[in-house]
Design a protein around this ligand. Structure first.
Ligand code: PLP
Length: 383
């Protein structure tokens, strides 16, 4: 099977992890802050907090922004469920903003309309979580403008997008958001096995996420509410979690990070080759906008003419050919859990129409040109 995505691990990565195993620190040592500093400097953000997954990072980001019961959070229906679940973890209410069919990203027009409507009903969101589908940034400048008009916070779910650019700046710079989150799951651009990271330019948000990642404990004296009992002293000042990243994960992340630009360039090259090879076919790759350089976590195409039967048939047949294509994503509001809490089919028609024609073709740094030609030829025969 040719996987839709896969990690690329070399001997340097392996040595980095083995060296940590032989060191004094398996967790809470120097590698995590080193990784945080490297990624923050690369992205042009003030600071970063590394955790055990992007899901945890999204949860901490919501908590740091004081999301709780009574609050409303909006995200994209075309994302992994974690983008919405994080609001529910905090007891907030979740809703979705439909996508634009071209890029698959949250539609700024739909967002603007929905905000205007919510204002009249008194149901404005406290937080919006745009998702950079496949590695291409949403139109953050416009979303940021709306955030100032309607007074909401922004978390960028950039799980797909480390190494990408938006208007010349690195995704993760938080120029147009409060917090940006990356994932280092093995299918993503770089990996730490499991792992995630939250970036921000706001010191208080960073401190809140640092405390919450480790039980809500602080050892900074001006965050304490009582005077110290002695040199052993620390205080739990709020209810946190154990979401820490290990030193092994940070060492792998650091080593992978050194290859980030190379991986993203390779992914862009393969995507260009797909574009060329697919030109004669009745398929449409996701639209790339001129102010974005995508990290190309995914290469997604849409079948031009499609019936549900034909769409699923293409999946079955490609998988029979040893090509493990995928579908990113099943609209979150159509998941049984989300239907149970009140969403239904027809709520976000563009997302649903995208779902009826999208296919993710294999894309990862070690995909060969030969495999790529085989994938396109197999697809060509089916269409
Ligand atoms: C992968 C992913 C996540 C979750 O990442 P983990 O590190 O596996 O928790 C969240 N959002 C999106 C858009 C993702 O693709």
């Amino acid at each position: 099977m040719i996987p839709y995505s896969k990690q690329s691990i070399n001997q340097t990565d392996i040595d980095a992890v083995v060296n940590v195993l032989k060191s004094d620190w398996l967790t809470q040592g120097p590698k995590v802050p080193e990784f945080e500093d490297k990624v923050a400097a690369y992205c042009g953000a003030k600071n970063a907090v590394a955790v055990n997954s992007a899901t945890s990072a999204l949860h901490l980001a919501c908590l740091a922004l004081n999301i709780g019961p009574g609050d409303i959070v909006w995200t994209s229906p075309i994302s992994f469920v974690a983008s919405a679940n994080c609001a529910l973890y905090c007891g907030a209410q979740i809703d979705f903003v439909d996508i634009e069919l071209g890029t698959g990203n949250m539609s700024v027009d739909r967002l603007s309309e929905k905000l205007a409507h919510a204002k009249t009903k008194g149901t404005l969101p406290k937080l919006v979580i745009p998702v950079h589908l496949a590695g291409q940034s949403c139109d953050m400048k416009e979303i940021h403008k709306l955030s100032q008009q309607y007074n909401f916070k922004i978390i960028e779910d950039a799980s797909h997008a480390i190494g990408g650019l938006y208007k010349g700046n690195k995704i993760g710079s938080c120029q147009f958001s409060d917090i940006t989150v990356f994932s280092f799951h093995p299918v993503k651009i770089i990996t730490s096995a499991e792992g995630g990271l939250a970036l921000s330019n706001n010191k208080q948000l960073i401190r809140a996420m640092q405390r919450l990642r480790s039980h809500g404990i602080t050892n900074v004296s001006d965050e304490m509410t009582e005077s110290s009992h002695g040199s052993w002293y620390y205080q739990q000042v709020e209810l946190g979690f154990n979401y820490r990243m290990t030193e092994l994960q940070a060492a792998l992340g650091l080593s992978q990070f050194n290859q980030l630009d190379k991986f993203v360039a390779r992914r862009n090259l393969l995507a260009k080759q797909y574009d060329e090879l697919l030109k004669p076919m009745a398929v449409e790759p996701l639209l790339q906008t001129s102010d974005c350089y995508s990290a190309f976590h995914l290469y997604i195409i849409k079948l031009a003419i499609s019936t549900p039967k034909k769409h699923s048939n293409v999946f079955e047949k490609l998988r029979e050919c040893g090509i493990f294509c995928q579908l990113h994503y099943i609209p979150i509001h159509l998941q049984p859990y989300y239907k149970k809490i009140g969403f239904s089919s027809g709520d976000f028609p563009v997302a649903e129409s995208y779902y009826s024609c999208a296919i993710t073709l294999p894309l990862h740094p070690n995909l060969t040109a030969k495999e790529q030609r085989y994938i396109v030829a197999s697809l060509g025969k089916l269409l």
